[in-house]
Design a binder for this molecule. Structure first.
Ligand code: HEC
Length: 233
């Protein structure tokens, strides 16, 4: 009887110890939560497409994102999400969507730690999508392959349209002085991933510039700099 009690007592103590250890372990892996951290990464890196009215299913709330946790982990490890659709280093873009390794690590810790919600009080403001706001249609120049500029333009971004899915296309501007300006090298591009490529610096193209490399079925929107400074930055 006494022995049994002692055994039980000991067992309980061991179990209690194990529970404490497990909690401590959980606490470590779950210190990353949706409300404080992951929502911010998703808003920055994913929600431009993954939202109501976007090109893919919404991931903007905990309830929406939670069921996708395992798939998200796979996609970000494989670096297939967020999709960019172009070869890096050919042209310089300020809206490059690649995640920082620290962001990948945080999301993976969150998922592997059970994807906790955290305190909704910590949620950031819902995201806005200023860069996705299409500039007024009449200010966008649409060019096709072989088009020659009759007057100079300053461009702030490019938006490829109707590109054959999965293709690879090196699009350049041939300047009248013979220089070749790299514009964008589309790679395994899919229209459902479609997005603007916003230039690091506005680019001036003189009259006589010829566009090359645009697929025959496709066109390229030349996005002008915002007319009001600070509207898009
Ligand atoms: C440029 C738009 C865009 C961005 C940015 C983007 N996605 Fe996606 N994503 C898509 C589209 C479109 C699909 C649907 C693709 C398909 O049907 O195969 C998709 C599919 C997915 C899927 C489902 C894959 C499957 O199992 O079929 C996951 C998970 C995902 N995205 C996660 C993310 C995460 C996480 C981010 C941010 C880190 C992100 N995406 C950023 C466009 C985007």
């Amino acid at each position: 009887m006494t022995t049994a009690c002692i055994r039980t007592g000991l067992g309980a103590a061991i179990l209690a110890g194990a529970a404490v250890a497990a909690e401590a372990h959980d606490a470590l892996t779950t210190s990353v939560n949706w409300s404080r951290t992951v929502s911010r990464i998703v808003y920055e890196r994913c929600a431009s497409c993954h939202r109501d009215g976007g090109t893919a299913f919404s991931l903007t709330t905990y309830a929406e994102a939670r069921p996708w946790a395992v798939a998200i982990r796979e996609e970000i490890f494989a670096r297939t999400m967020p999709p960019w659709g172009a070869v890096k280093g050919f042209g310089e873009f300020r809206n490059d969507r690649a995640m920082y390794p620290s962001q990948i690590n945080l999301m993976v810790s969150w998922i592997e730690g059970g994807a906790p919600e955290g305190d909704p009080e910590d949620l950031p403001e819902p995201p806005e999508y200023p860069e996705e706001n299409a500039p007024a249609a009449e200010t966008v120049r649409v060019v096709r392959n072989g088009a020659t500029l009759e007057s100079p333009v300053v461009i702030d971004g490019l938006f490829p349209r109707d590109v054959p899915d999965g293709g690879s296309y090196q699009i350049v501007a041939e300047l009248p002085d013979g220089r070749v300006e790299p514009l964008v090298w589309l790679y395994e591009y899919r229209n459902e991933y479609g997005h603007a490529f916003l230039l690091e610096k506005p680019l001036e193209l003189p009259a006589g510039t010829v566009f090359r490399g645009i697929p025959a079925e496709s066109s390229l929107d030349l996005i002008p700099p915002p007319s009001e400074p600070g509207v898009r930055d």
